[in-house]
Ligand binder design. Structure first.
Ligand code: FE2
Length: 144
């Protein structure tokens, strides 16, 4: 979708610089599926849930409703990706006898994961399976 839209605008995938933090984290966590679930879907993809509404609003304001529609689809699908991460993260914690919230905090430090900043897309995060307790912790971290 994005590639086709870029072509419509006269560009191609790769014409603009982009970060690869998700791939870097995927590589850093390649030896532990728990860390992978914690820090790729539950951190970096979940960050997409938070960031997309503001980006979408800017793009819509600029008049690119096709791109805004693409972001709507990406946001909707991202909820499912994060939900899968939440499901397996909690499953692995249970399997290993770990406390999910404390373990997550430990993994953020161990892997130098980005500290998440608000505003948070709480409805999307709830739809993706974050617990109310975890959302409170997340917002508390944001206030320190
Ligand atoms: Fe995703």
């Amino acid at each position: 979708m994005l590639s086709r839209h870029l072509q419509n605008l006269g560009y191609a995938y790769g014409d603009f610089a982009a970060h690869d933090s998700m791939w870097e984290m995927a590589d850093k966590t390649k030896d532990d599926v728990l860390a992978r679930m914690a820090l790729v879907p539950r951190t970096l993809e979940a960050r997409g849930l938070d960031a997309t509404p503001a980006v979408r609003a800017k793009i819509a304001q600029a008049g690119d409703m096709a791109a805004a529609g693409i972001l709507d689809i990406i946001l909707r699908e991202e909820v499912g990706h994060v939900a899968i991460g939440n499901h397996w993260y909690n499953w692995i914690c249970d399997d290993r006898g770990l406390v999910p919230i404390a373990t997550f905090a430990m993994l953020v430090v161990k892997y130098s994961a980005p500290v998440l900043r608000g505003p948070f897309n709480l409805p999307a995060r709830r739809a993706a399976g974050f617990s109310e307790e975890e959302l409170l912790v997340l917002q508390g971290i944001n206030n320190t």
